[in-house]
Design a protein around this ligand. Structure first.
Ligand code: BG6
Length: 479
């Protein structure tokens, strides 16, 4: 089977990412015989033995892959696991050389601040060399914390690794519903004629979460919603919605088209950021019936923290296709519901022939790609209202993305298999990362001053988000 001769090296093997997401994905692929790596080497600072590593993973899998866990396959997988303690220094990493034979993946399940150092140390140890099989390195967002640090990281990685060896994960690109944006757009003839400024009035991209910090205060208080969600996940939803149709299905062509969108975003004027971006920070409130503390009352968060937990921005894409259409992007924590969608709002028809009950302030026709809570495609349309009058009323044509018995594959399962196959379609190219930072740079700069507006946990976010909307537009409700 493809990829069964591959060695997977996990740097940061005792950490949270490995335990919660990576190993469960590997285990599921293993059980279904979709990928059974020759050897998995865990590497970390803790002085663990192979046995301790296996026990740790067994416990984690029982927790995070519970429904799939069974003894026999675990025993088979466990037999392929090795652990090596060490630091991120070339001398220590050299010790891995004897364990790594043939094609190999180096997965950096490390804090983002260590990516550059680790990539370089692997290179110094010669592990990037493809003498006896390909070598690939995997890192996951965030890639830097602004343009400058992203460029520095890029230089550090490329000291030894070729761009074609680097797989940058944004797990949204591994979501089936996100990939569906491309399939639905480019496999249906009826979409393209209306997918432009002549017919589309606005686009709203929302990723709302009920979750708070989940113990990630150290990272989150440095990052905030703009860096944590908007610069990457929402930017992906945005570029996939706005890009031109590629003529061929090829990773480089696809990524060229996404970069093209980012390059065409009208720069946000540094002096008018207020009109294009809004931020908020949750205060105490009730989320789905549960009383929760405000952000500043969370453990370890400074009482005067100015980190935003909600961010909204407005982009205009100055292309023939999109000139004048606002793209609104927003994401926040501790909101009313777990609710994510890409919503395309269409323009009104030129004349209203029938008595219609308007949707308050919202466009009449929406095409919605919903990721959460349910995975579906909704089309809001007018139809005749039953009764003796020829009136129109709204109906929603709704299609679930998945039938009940169709299994769901996690983003990590999708993306790991892509790394094994060498398919870089759903990974970020360095210029994509850089342009995403460039576009947001004026906002990052402006937000160094002032403070986010408080919003009650469990609500729809700060009132300031309405300020950035064009006249006549309103945000779609969350949930
Ligand atoms: C992560 C962010 O990248 O994505 C988290 O760091 C966020 O803060 C998560 O909760 C959301 O992912 P998903 O797949 O649950 O929408």
């Amino acid at each position: 089977m493809e990829g069964n001769d591959v060695t997977l090296v996990i740097l940061g093997a005792t950490g949270d990412l490995t335990r919660r997401l990576l190993m469960p994905a590997i285990y599921r692929l293993f059980v279904r015989a979709q990928w059974q790596p020759r050897h998995i080497v865990g590497y970390g600072r803790s002085e663990w033995t192979d046995e301790r590593f296996r026990e740790h993973l067994e416990k984690s899998l029982k927790e995070f892959a519970r429904e799939d866990f069974e003894r026999k396959s675990w025993k088979e997988l466990a037999a392929r696991l090795t652990y090596r303690p060490g630091e991120l220094h070339a001398e220590h990493l050299q010790g891995l050389a004897e364990l790594v034979e043939g094609p190999a993946i180096f997965y950096l399940a490390l804090p983002p601040g260590l990516f550059g150092e680790a990539a370089e140390a692997l290179g110094q140890a010669g592990l990037h060399r493809e003498d006896d099989g390909w070598r690939r390195i995997v890192i996951e967002k965030p890639f830097g914390s602004d343009l400058e640090s992203a460029l520095a990281l890029h230089r550090q990685i490329h000291r030894y690794w070729q761009e074609s060896q680097v797989y940058r994960i944004d797990h949204y690109l591994g979501k089936e519903t996100v990939q569906n944006l491309m399939v639905f757009r480019f496999a249906n003839r009826f979409i393209e004629p209306v997918w432009n400024a002549a017919h589309v009035e606005q686009v709203q991209i929302t990723v709302a979460e009920t979750l708070g910090l989940e113990g990630r205060w150290r990272y989150y208080d440095q990052a905030g919603a703009l860096r944590d969600m908007l610069q990457n996940h929402l930017m992906q939803l945005f570029t996939l919605t706005a890009m031109e149709p590629p003529a061929v299905w090829h990773p480089e062509v696809l990524r060229d088209h996404k970069v093209e969108v980012l390059r065409a975003v009208r720069p946000i004027p540094e002096t008018a950021v207020e009109r294009f971006a809004a931020r908020g920070q949750y205060a105490a409130g009730t989320v789905q019936g549960q009383q929760v503390p405000g952000y500043r009352e969370e453990p370890n968060i400074p009482r005067d923290s100015r980190t935003e937990t909600f961010a909204a921005v407005k982009f205009f894409v100055d292309t023939w296709r999109w000139k004048g259409v606002p793209f609104y992007l927003r994401s926040g924590k501790r909101l009313r519901a777990d609710y994510s969608e890409v919503a395309i709002g269409f323009r009104e028809v030129p004349t209203h022939l029938f008595r219609q009950t308007p949707l308050e302030g919202l466009s009449a026709n929406w095409l919605i790609f919903r990721l959460k809570p349910s995975e579906c495609i909704d089309l809001y349309a007018w139809a005749r209202a039953p009764g003796l009058q020829l009136n129109a009323r709204h109906l929603v044509l709704s299609a679930p993305f998945r039938q009940d018995d169709e299994p769901e594959f996690s983003a990590y399962e999708q993306l790991l298999l892509d790394v094994v196959r060498g398919d870089r379609t759903h990974f970020l190219r360095h210029d994509e990362v850089e342009w995403a930072w460039r576009v947001l740079d004026p906002v990052l700069k402006a937000w160094q001053h002032g403070a986010p507006e408080p919003y009650a946990a469990g609500g729809e976010g700060p009132t300031g988000q309405h300020r950035i909307l064009e006249p006549g537009h309103v945000w779609r409700p969350i949930g």
